[in-house]
Ligand binder design. Structure first.
Ligand code: ZN
Length: 83
């Protein structure tokens, strides 16, 4: 079990063609494979539905991705309309 003290809020990268979530701590890209629903055996005791774990070696922050994910979905929908 990895310990965590605090969590950060993921941000949505601006001006990217594909919606990309960034670590709220070090601004690294959060790999999609490290973003998951906060439930079941992966459940974190955080007030978030979607969790993103930073993969940067010197960071490893736990990110709440709720807002960023919502924005990303909106952006995706807008892109679809644009195309
Ligand atoms: Zn990070």
């Amino acid at each position: 079990m990895s310990e965590y003290q605090d969590f950060f809020t993921a941000r949505l990268a601006e001006n990217s063609t594909v919606p990309t979530l960034l670590c709220g701590h070090c601004q690294s890209i959060l790999p999609p494979s490290r973003i998951f629903e906060n439930q079941g055996e992966n459940r974190y005791d955080l007030p978030c539905d979607i969790i993103g774990l930073c993969s940067a070696d010197d960071c490893g922050a736990v990110n709440c991705c709720d807002e960023a994910t919502k924005k990303a979905e909106k952006q995706r929908a807008e892109n679809r309309i644009a195309v």
